[in-house]
Design a protein. Sequence first.
Length: 234
Amino acid sequence: MRSTLTSVISILAVVIAVFYNKVGNVGLNLLLNCVFGGNATGGAHDESSSYYSRFDPLVDNGSIEWTGGLRQELGGNKKEKQAVLETLQKTYEHMTSLEDEELKESCKNDNARCSFWSSLGECDVNPSYMKTSCAPACQACHMLKWEYRCPRIENLEETAAYGPGDLGALFKRIREGVFNEYGPVEILSEDPFVVTFENFLTHEECDILVELGHKTGYNRSTNSGTTDAFALPE
């Protein structure tokens, strides 16, 4: 009898160890609660216990509401897991608050580490990538909409810079050689007008523009190809 009990305990220990390695402390607690009932931690308070009753890694990891439709890595040590769980809770609250069903269906995490990166503060450090490619983890699904990313500037003067026929008159002057100082000038098309000025800017002016761009935070574009319904690269 004692030998049988020892064997059962040994097997159970191996099962628990394997299960913990696969799903972490969160999943292990769920398993023990299912088998033994009640609080499997023996009444001890865990700082992330408020999330256990809601996020189920076996069911919710990969769902739209909790993880933006893609299974997320839950971190390694206890501190990382706690931070990721807090991010998942924020993701859930954000996703379930969306009233636009098309936006909700389209807002996805593109990387399994989105929630982990978000827990490290990457949504603020690298917003151009995170708030589009990890929008659920950053609670930024609204940023997928063009009108939020590129809002119209308010209080603009309503008077048009050019009146009817003004652009046509400008191109006529170009054709007549008024701006040859910026040439060679090549008229590629007249309907519509397409013109190139080979020396519109000097080398010094170009260098200054590039320098100012770097100081402002602009980088060389790496996007290419087609875009989705939200004008983002596919």
